[in-house]
Design a protein around this ligand. Structure first.
Ligand SMILES: [Zn+2]
Ligand SMILES: [Zn+2]
Length: 426
């Protein structure tokens, strides 16, 4: 029998009135209106996305997540692609690339690819089912707040969309050389890509948070942001602050995350990740990422040589995509984050909105540099036909994957609110 509180939860409308909302990019607290369906609210000051009102978000996301689970299972359990060359053929599964990389001693790269393409998507989908099914039925599962916070943080690491582009690049590269036949797994993966994209686009996390715990709109919020109120940077729960405790020691009663609105030691942590990424950037671009043997002829290719080969083969569109994702984006991320760090260190009051936009771009685009690494795992799995055609990983791939991960960590460690500190002071 559901309790009276459970009935309350199930009968809540999906229309979320947030009350006071703080932009987690610039730190500005502002009154948020109740939005109509499909309307999006952006920050008055920096233009960051605050939230979107999605109609029927729980039912819609739940249906898409169930479909995604079925498709992900099919994509992993059935043959992905078949590579046919000189009368011989080799089929592979998504996991084959991980196994082959591990067998060749590239276990850090194998672990990363397994995590980003299989484990993180499975964990995200199962976590969403754990949260959404009970909420849909009107009851609250055990530790639902902390679990939803963790799976939401996992979302950028579930790289199904980036893997799809990695498959695309691998197929284009191999189509010059041999016959590629899609398997059931690949068809399921394309459908999964579409369902996954729709599920993420239709999820309004604020509705889920309001179903999980007290809806901020139902609390006696002050009409304007008041100093004795504190807002959780993760789930946006507003609570009255205990004056005896510093913000950095407070835990949110709903999501159990830190209530500290600032990222601690942000500059030094960002610099540490950036320096490590810059050091590895050199071998990532100068060492080969692949060793390709065709009919006894062996050739090693760096990232740049891979792009040049695509362009000289007439595939300049896909060559441009790989060049942008693998060369331009990592370079701009390192330079852009260094510029942001230097500007906040010198407390520059200039170009606040441009710097905020640069940070948003760096944070969003960074994971797409994994395209080349997914392509490596697919080629290594697929092209293994004895002495006729083999592809092996090389050290450059390890360094490049490390650069991608370190720059993602650097972007996460950077606190964009620092950009606005000088303006706040004045
Ligand atoms: Zn803002
Ligand atoms: Zn919270």
């Amino acid at each position: 029998m559901p309790s009276s509180e459970d009935k309350d939860l199930s009968s809540q409308s999906d229309n979320t009135a947030i009350g006071v909302i703080r932009c987690e990019e610039c730190g500005l607290s502002q009154r948020a209106p109740t939005l109509a369906d499909e309307q999006t609210l952006h920050c008055h000051r920096c233009g960051a996305h605050l939230y979107k009102q999605v109609r029927n978000t729980i039912n819609r996301t739940l249906a898409l997540i169930v479909a995604a689970l079925i498709l992900l299972a099919i994509a992993n359990a059935t043959p992905f692609m078949t590579f046919a060359f000189k009368g011989r053929a080799e089929s592979n599964y998504i996991l084959s690339g991980v196994i082959k990389l591990w067998q060749h001693g590239y276990w850090p790269l194998a672990s990363l690819i397994c995590f980003a393409s299989i484990l993180a998507p499975f964990a995200y989908i199962l976590g969403m089912l754990y949260v959404l099914v009970p909420l849909r039925l009107g009851w609250r599962p055990w530790k639902v707040g902390p679990i939803f916070r963790r799976i939401d943080a996992l979302r950028p690491w579930a790289m199904l969309d980036v893997y799809m582009f990695g498959v695309f690049v691998a197929v284009v590269k191999l189509s010059q050389l041999a016959t590629i036949s899609p398997g059931t797994g690949l068809y399921a993966y394309v459908a999964l890509f579409l369902v996954w994209t729709a599920a993420l686009a239709g999820l309004d996390a604020q509705v889920v948070w309001s179903r999980i715990g007290p809806n901020p709109s139902q609390q006696s919020l002050p009409a304007v942001p008041a100093p004795d109120w504190i807002i959780c940077p993760t789930c946006r729960l507003s609570a009255r602050k205990d004056p005896a405790l510093h913000e950095s020691h407070l835990r949110c009663p709903r999501c159990h995350g830190s209530m500290n609105p600032r990222k601690p030691a942000s500059l030094s942590r960002t610099w540490a990740f950036l320096v490590a990424a810059t050091i590895l950037y050199v071998p990532a671009n100068t060492l080969p990422i692949l060793e390709i043997t065709i009919m006894g002829k062996t050739q090693k290719a760096t990232i740049f040589e891979g792009v040049r080969e695509l362009v000289s083969g007439g595939m300049w569109v896909i060559g441009s995509i790989v060049f942008t994702a693998s060369i331009l984006v990592p370079t701009l991320k390192i330079v852009g984050l260094a510029v942001l760090c230097l500007s906040v260190r010198s407390r520059s009051p200039h170009l606040n909105n441009d710097r905020a936009l640069l940070y948003r771009w760096i944070e969003t685009i960074g994971r797409w540099s994994m395209i080349d690494m997914f392509m490596v795992s697919i080629l290594v799995a697929l092209v293994q036909i004895g002495g006729l055609a083999t592809v092996l990983p090389e050290t450059g791939a390890l360094c490049f994957a490390a650069v991608v991960i370190l720059t993602m960590f650097a972007a996460t460690a950077f606190d964009p609110k620092m950009i606005w500190d000088k303006l706040e002071e004045s």
